[in-house]
Design a binder for this molecule. Structure first.
Ligand SMILES: O=C(O)CCC(=O)C(=O)O
Length: 276
């Protein structure tokens, strides 16, 4: 018995490596979450910009609640099983008319997780469509293994290394437009990208990157996770605390520590680092 998704939706995720759109939050709830985010940005600008867009769920309760939302987790459980942890979140924000883009890449390439069978959930807090630069995926590419990536460090590329997966046939790409409150699911090995935002509104996505089984191992360093569902019988990871209030100083220090360790993993093998 599945909790949120149908058999057809699960089969389509397994076949194509993505599933979208799935409604998890109402438009009113998405508007409330966006308001909380924009109030938090106004009050704590330094805590939600640049590298601080990583793991902000450790410092803001409304982001923590999204990552632990029971309906969202019902769908995650349908896709990867009853025991679920997650290691990081990213606020992927493109301002109105922002030239920032995301090159073709696979999430698992630099995360050091083995095997790469987790799922990234991307929650839309504003309209994400072809004008505002929604995500695009190459269906079925999660079954073709990890590709070589070329680290470009391109100026407007939002990814850490500006990494570009090689051998991508963009003519087969499919867009994943989302309304505020809808989410997409993509496999940690599926090739995906997004174009600049050419709309007059911000394109705001909150990505939980990535939910996976606690059986997975970290091969490149130390990673903190939160338990999202079920139990962790393996203990392969450190445990990250959940925030009880916004911007508690202990949580802020812990998040900085986690981000440093995560950055060490994402930039493993290179001396060239950016501020995110
Ligand atoms: O927000 C985007 O445009 C890209 C997000 C992404 O690459 C991801 O969530 O894995």
């Amino acid at each position: 018995m599945h909790k949120k998704l149908t058999r057809e939706q699960i089969d389509s995720y397994d076949r194509d490596g993505y599933l979208a759109p799935i409604t998890v939050f109402s438009e009113a709830e998405a508007a409330r979450l966006r308001k909380l985010l924009e109030e938090a940005e106004a009050k704590h600008p330094e805590a939600l910009a640049g590298a601080a867009r990583n793991n902000a769920h450790c410092n803001f309760t409304f982001l923590d609640e999204i990552a632990h939302n029971p309906v969202l987790l019902d769908a995650v459980e349908d896709l990867i099983g009853p025991d679920v942890v997650f290691c990081a979140t990213v606020l992927f924000i493109k301002e109105a008319n922002d030239p920032g883009f995301v090159s073709w890449h696979q999430d698992g390439k630099y995360m050091g997780l083995e095997p790469n069978n987790g799922v990234t959930v991307w929650v839309a807090l504003s309209e994400s469509n072809e004008v505002s630069g929604c995500m695009q995926v190459i269906p079925g590419s999660h079954k073709q293994g990890m590709r070589d990536h070329n680290d470009t460090y391109a100026d407007k590329n939002i990814l850490t290394r500006g990494q570009e997966a090689q051998g991508v046939d963009a003519s087969t790409a499919v867009s994943m437009p989302l309304k505020p409150g809808q989410v997409s699911f993509h496999h940690q090995s599926v090739v995906h990208s997004s174009q600049p935002n050419q709309s007059n509104d911000r394109r705001i996505g909150f990505a939980i990157q990535t939910y996976f089984s606690p059986q997975v191992k970290q091969t490149k360093g130390t990673t903190f996770v939160q338990l999202a569902r079920g139990e962790d019988k393996y203990g392969h990871f450190e445990t990250a605390p959940r925030p009880r209030e916004d911007m508690n100083s202990k949580d802020v220090a812990m998040r900085d520590h986690m981000n440093q360790l995560w950055s060490d993993i994402l930039y493993h093998g290179t001396d060239k680092r950016r501020d995110y």
